[in-house]
Design a protein around this ligand. Structure first.
Ligand code: EPZ
Length: 430
């Protein structure tokens, strides 16, 4: 199993190309199930989760063509992938695949919208929390679907003649359930109004793509999304938006290690809250024509309190990375996680590097220490893993991160991007 070895202490200097967003690419790929035409996605990151979803979509009958060569864009890989689902050959998404990646459950929306039925395995537990699917099911029921849970599978059936538009108020903001309801409603009869919708940039990106496919959607990015159903969708060409979590992660890495790095191909508007927080912590961040420049010279990191919230609040997907940064701050930072109940697994590992963190329920109190010291640590989930890499960049000596398959799910060529900026990071295969 691969591990990542980091020798800490070097500043980061140079340019890091930001990849297409994993959390946009996944729902966009799933949207290809809604049409018999070809959906072409540009800027698709090369990640384990994307590869797995390609396999899942293949099972449903999606023909996938990756351009014969990888298109080089500046320094980063970006792939253009064509998805064509002439007919859905199987409406079942099996446990073996859905249990590997929660987002694959989202096929339920397009499958029932296009075929009138779907049988999708419940995703099961997940390291960062229980993550139920009640909101997905209630949303689909509002559109007239009948739901039955049997043998670990959700069987969903549309009424005769297909799903019917409705108004639905989500009792809690959910990114995935908003994606699914928006996709399902595009082919429903009449108007759907989704209230208390997620406002994440990835929702807006999916809405843009669906609109290019002929869907009639307004309000994406606000709390109320309105969808006028159409009878069919066509193909389209769409470019996946830049990864705001990757952007924030590298910005935090620079704040941690010091240095001067330009993050190419990203957009500050995608993560204003996190960037403002980093500025308060002492990083200098400026927008450039093609992205962001992040600088931290010699001066220390200030402690800042954060609370994770749905967009536009501070993202839960950057909480672990920010905690790593706060371990070296001058002062005490209080970090409150409100999205997932078990997203503090990095705490024990950061403690192995010398961090002083105490936990009380959903709150972590991080007392900055003058130095961290390298140690063997274990990755527990995607964002927790990269927080250990960030900590390792500033730790004295060697940090060895094991179970890096978590990192490969969401960070494209991490070692290469960091190494090119002067970090000493290498993958060790055994
Ligand atoms: C998406 O997950 C992201 N995944 C997550 O990124 C991200 O952490 C999360 O949104 C929050 O921003 C993708 O986009 C692929 P939710 P999702 O439904 O959609 C509860 C990463 O590291 N809930 O918005 O699964 C749920 O348990 C990942 O890239 C219900 O109670 O998140 C959670 O507490 C991890 N019932 C809260 O809502 C439901 O039916 C928000 O979850 C659905 C969700």
């Amino acid at each position: 199993m691969d591990r990542i070895r980091i020798s800490g202490g070097n500043e980061l200097k140079g340019t890091i190309p930001i990849s297409g967003a994993k959390n946009a690419a996944l729902p966009l790929m799933i949207a290809s199930l809604l049409t018999s035409d070809t959906l072409t996605l540009e800027n698709v990151p090369h990640l384990a989760d994307v590869e797995l979803l390609m396999r899942i979509l293949g099972n449903h009958g999606v023909d996938i063509a990756v351009n014969g060569r990888r298109e080089r864009q500046e320094d980063g890989y970006s792939r253009t992938i064509h998805f064509t689902c002439r007919t859905i050959v199987d409406t079942t998404a099996p446990y073996e695949l859905v249990s590997k990646m929660r987002a694959s459950f989202w096929v339920i929306g397009p499958l029932v919208a296009r075929e009138g039925r779907a049988r999708v395995s419940l995703p099961g537990g997940c390291a960062i929390g229980t993550r139920p699917v009640d909101l997905f099911l209630e949303g689909l029921q509002a559109l007239g679907a009948e739901i039955e849970i049997d043998g670990g599978y959700v069987n969903v059936t549309a009424p005769q003649g297909g799903l019917v538009g409705a108004r639905y108020v989500f009792p809690k903001v959910s990114v995935g359930a908003t994606h699914v309801m928006m996709m399902a409603a595009t082919l429903a009869k009449g108007t759907t109004v989704i209230e208390n919708a997620a406002r994440e940039p990835e929702i807006v990106d999916l809405a843009k793509c669906l609109s290019a496919m002929g869907a009639k959607i307004s309000g994406a990015g606000t709390r109320t999304i309105t969808i006028e159903g159409v009878t069919s969708l066509s193909g389209a060409r769409h470019r996946v938006l830049p990864d705001r979590i990757e952007t924030g992660t590298y910005a935090m890495a620079v704040a941690m290690a010091g240095g001067d790095v330009t993050l190419e191909g990203t957009d500050a508007a995608l993560l204003e809250n996190a960037l403002d927080t980093l500025r308060m912590a002492g990083a200098h961040i400026t927008e450039t024509e093609t992205g962001l420049r992040v600088v931290r010279n010699g001066n220390g990191i200030q402690a800042v309190d954060i609370t994770t919230e749905p967009f536009p609040g501070f993202p839960t997907d950057l909480q672990a990375q920010f905690m790593a940064l706060m371990t070296r701050s001058t002062g005490v930072s209080n970090i409150t996680e409100t999205i997932f109940e078990n997203r503090f697994m990095h705490v024990q590992e950061l403690a192995r590097l010398g961090a002083k963190i105490s936990l009380s329920g959903q709150k972590a109190r991080v007392e900055g220490v003058p130095r961290l010291k390298g140690a063997p640590v274990m990755a527990t989930d995607l964002r927790a893993s990269v927080s250990l890499v960030i900590a390792g960049l500033a730790a004295e000596g060697e940090t060895m991160v094991s179970r890096v398959y978590h990192l490969d799910r969401g960070f494209e060529r991490l070692e290469e991007k960091l190494t090119r900026c002067g970090a000493v990071v290498e993958r060790v295969s055994e």
